[in-house]
Design a protein around this ligand. Structure first.
Ligand SMILES: *Cc1c(COP(=O)(O)O)cnc(C)c1O
Ligand SMILES: [Zn+2]
Length: 394
């Protein structure tokens, strides 16, 4: 099937593959008619390829992404100030939701007969794209900031991509790769194919929670690609009559206070997102000071009557702790931002305890260590019983 891409803002269209951004400067996404889509009644989803009929590809590649669990988290309700559900995207093959977009980007690259794929990333997307390229026999070029920690590079290098550590402005690097004349198909954060794959998360959440859509979805935001993907799915399903206008989940986008261009634009009621000067944050996966889909994400929030919040690193660290100790889930700091954001929204009564909210836990905590304090003690085997009793009977 021939697909087209279009601009959410000015409405311009083009054939899929012809260009990655609109002449007006805004990002494009793939046009899909979801009117033939039918909900499964089972409440469970095997994997993302269940949604192939609403994707611009036909042949699956690699280890199937998606089909990640959605669980209730009663023990975090009070902390988050809502009726909380967690969507476990860390359980994707390379540990983040990026796999959904990488799989579609890789499948489309194979289907159009190209031999190279590329991406620009802080880490997770480079890892994901490299893995899917490897599974499909594509060559892969990844561009990462030159100061990317060796531990993260090592995970990426395992899949043997061509890694370039780039010195220079990240926002410009991102834009430049999308306008190069090259065989490599760049599937960056907010490009049409990546957004097409990543939108499946919403189809999945709605099927898992059927028949009642959640009141809201909270997620961390960096480039705005994933927020756009969530909004795209909502638009498709609304147009298809699969969700009613009064059932549209509100989108809550969450950022780290040290780097919060979208939250800043929201707070100041600006029509567009403009770059900020970023400080340091532990939420490295979402530290984008010049988000290419920032304005599209802001539009998504306004359209769904949601909000954008930012939270300081202490709140992020605290939320990460709570998610681990009260829900049993290890997430990276960037993912914890969604729960920290909900807590803040509940403190200002933007969300209420009865609101059913899905927080997207975007990435696994099993990739990198942060040097946090460890509670442990060394004991002699001879003292086993006494030592155990000293804590059990305390
Ligand atoms: C990429 C990423 C994000 C942000 O997604 P965007 O599409 O760039 O807004 C959030 N969390 C994790 C773990 C990520 O890898
Ligand atoms: Zn446009």
């Amino acid at each position: 099937m021939e697909h087209t891409v279009s601009c959410y803002d000015c409405g311009a269209t083009a054939p899929l593959g012809a260009r990655k951004r609109c002449p007006c400067g805004e990002p494009l996404w793939v046009d899909i008619d979801a009117s033939g889509f039918e909900w499964a009644e089972t409440g469970s989803v095997d994997d993302m390829w269940r949604y192939t009929e609403v994707l611009p590809v036909t042949e699956p590649v690699g280890v199937p992404p998606g089909g990640t669990p959605l669980s209730r988290a009663e023990r975090l309700d009070e902390y988050a100030g809502c009726t909380l559900f967690l969507k476990h995207e860390g359980q994707n093959p390379t540990g983040s939701f990026k796999d959904r977009g990488s799989a579609v980007g890789t499948a489309a690259t194979v289907e159009t007969g190209r031999k190279w794929i590329g991406t620009v990333s802080h880490g997770n997307m480079a890892l994901s794209t490299s893995a899917y390229a490897a599974s499909a026999g594509l060559e892969c070029a990844v561009f990462v900031p030159a100061d990317t920690p060796p531990a993260r590079l090592e995970l990426i290098a395992r899949h043997d991509p061509h890694i370039f550590g780039v010195k220079g402005d990240y926002g410009r690097l991102y834009a430049d790769t999308l306008s190069l004349e090259t065989e490599a198909n760049f599937v960056n954060s907010d490009t049409p194919l990546r957004v097409a794959g990543q939108k499946t998360i919403v189809y999945e959440i709605l099927e898992q929670l059927a028949p009642t859509a959640p009141d809201a979805i909270a997620l961390p935001v960096s480039s705005g690609g994933q927020a756009s993907a969530v909004w795209k799915a909502i638009n498709e399903l609304r147009r298809a009559g699969a969700i009613d206008d009064d059932e549209v989940p509100r989108l809550y986008l969450c950022q780290a206070a040290a780097c919060d261009p979208i939250a800043t634009a929201y707070r100041n009621d600006e029509p567009e997102v403009t770059p900020v000067t970023a400080g340091e944050t532990i939420a490295v996966s979402i530290a984008n000071a010049d988000p290419p889909s920032g304005t599209r994400a802001l539009t998504a929030v306004r359209d769904t009557e949601g909000a954008v919040v930012s939270v300081p690193d202490e709140a992020i660290r605290d939320a990460m702790d709570r998610i681990a100790t009260r829900a049993g889930v290890s997430v990276e700091p960037s993912s914890a931002v969604a729960v920290a954001g909900l807590r803040k929204l509940s403190q200002t009564d933007v969300i209420e305890p009865s609101d059913r909210v899905v927080a997207i836990l975007t990435g696994s905590g099993y990739k990198e260590l942060s040097g946090a304090d460890i509670r442990s003690r060394t004991i002699d085997l001879a003292d086993l019983e006494r030592e155990l009793a000293s804590v059990v009977d305390a």
